[in-house]
Design a protein around this ligand. Structure first.
Ligand code: NAI
Length: 336
């Protein structure tokens, strides 16, 4: 069966890594019909918005998208394309698997955790204003409904994937009402899942624990902001942002994208590591039921990393994006 998928090229390193993931998926045997669209800085002048309506329409129609990163101006300018997409399509669960890969230098051997980040509210609701010239206020929204569905998603994932423990991360000692509601809701949901161990950890202590003993953690679930920060931090445990894929899942659509941003510092230099978007492609293929193609790609990526002959600069090598991608494609061809 042919799957129609929206492919969003993004900006910065987006177009380079997009080309890489498309080539890899096309070689894997998965039957994908791509609808390729642009978003971000490249379309801003043409459409007056970084996220033209045709993108939302295309994802609503196809139900599945693979998206490259898009730049968001800091402290001014347009609203984040990513946050807009997640809110408009109600993509409430952001899922980021973080694990060590043989051949990639890092301080740990056995990290294998999955972060479930609530994706639609918290301080990302975008409700902020100036009270006067010297005081700004941001509103943090936490609802029972959104907390419940993200914690449910984490437990369901744990069950389906043979995971043993779910850790809820919060700051309810200080934000007694908002994070208090998140924690109370998580505890309530956990009561239904007796077979899965449940614990809660305050976010500051969690940061230390993750750095000291990341092997102790399995599935982690948390509100939006903590998820954003801890998933970047956790990527540092396994060798960097170039390795962490992600999925944004909602009831009616799913958008797959790397955890990293548009990396303007290396854009256009053929230096970007496409692993994260390729592994996001693997998550997408599994979601679509294309498990054979997904496995083929995952094995190819793992074997190129393990052999260490063609690694991109962020992983200590000197292979270009193109060379690294070609090495993965060759592995896929060898197992076809
Ligand atoms: P970033 O993730 O783009 O880059 C952080 C550092 O990691 C940079 O040194 C970069 O070169 C490196 N890096 C990231 N991805 C890499 C890759 N695939 N290969 C090799 N090195 C890689 O974060 P930054 O600089 O904070 O954000 C840049 C822009 O991206 C901002 O405008 C931000 O808003 C946007 N962004 C977009 C996201 C998305 O579209 N989903 C997610 C995160 C940030």
């Amino acid at each position: 069966m042919t799957h129609k998928v929206t492919l969003i090229k993004g900006d910065g390193i987006g177009p380079e890594i997009c080309e890489a993931v498309k080539k890899v998926i096309d070689k894997s045997g998965a039957d994908i019909d791509w609808e390729i669209l642009e978003a971000g800085a490249s379309v801003l002048d043409k459409y007056g918005t970084p996220i033209p309506d045709n993108i939302i329409e295309s994802i609503k129609k196809n139900k599945v998208a693979l998206k490259a990163p898009v730049t968001t101006p800091v402290g001014k300018g347009f609203k984040s394309v990513n946050v807009t997409l997640r809110k408009k399509l109600n993509l409430y669960a952001n899922i980021r698997p973080i694990k060590t890969y043989a051949g990639v230098k890092c301080r740990y051997d056995n990290v294998d955790l999955v972060i479930f980040r609530e994706n639609t509210e918290d301080l990302y609701a975008g409700i902020e204003h100036m009270i006067n010239d010297e005081i700004a206020e941001s509103v943090k929204i936490i609802s029972k409904k959104a907390s419940e569905r993200i914690v449910e998603a984490a437990f369901q994932y744990a069950i389906k994937n043979g995971r043993k423990k779910v850790t809820a991360v919060h700051k309810a000692n200080i934000m007694k009402l908002s994070d208090g509601l998140f924690l109370k809701t998580a505890e309530k949901v956990a009561e239904k899942y007796k077979g899965i161990q449940f614990e809660s950890v305050i976010v500051d202590a969690m940061s230390m624990k993750l750095v000291l003993n990341p092997e102790d953690y399995d599935v982690l679930v948390m509100p939006n902001l903590y998820g954003d920060i801890l998933s970047d931090m956790a990527s540092g445990l396994i060798g960097g942002l170039g390795l962490v894929p992600g999925a944004n899942i909602g009831e009616d659509a799913a958008v797959f994208e790397a955890a990293h941003g548009s990396a303007p510092d290396i854009a256009g230099q053929n230096k970007a590591n496409p692993t994260a978007i390729i592994l996001s492609g693997v998550m997408m293929l599994n979601y679509l039921g294309e498990t054979e193609a997904a496995n083929k790609i995952e094995i190819a990526v793992e074997s190129v990393l393990r052999e260490g002959k063609y690694l991109t600069e962020d992983l200590g090598g000197n292979a270009t994006t193109t060379v690294f991608t070609k090495a993965i494609i060759e592995k896929i061809e060898n197992c076809n």
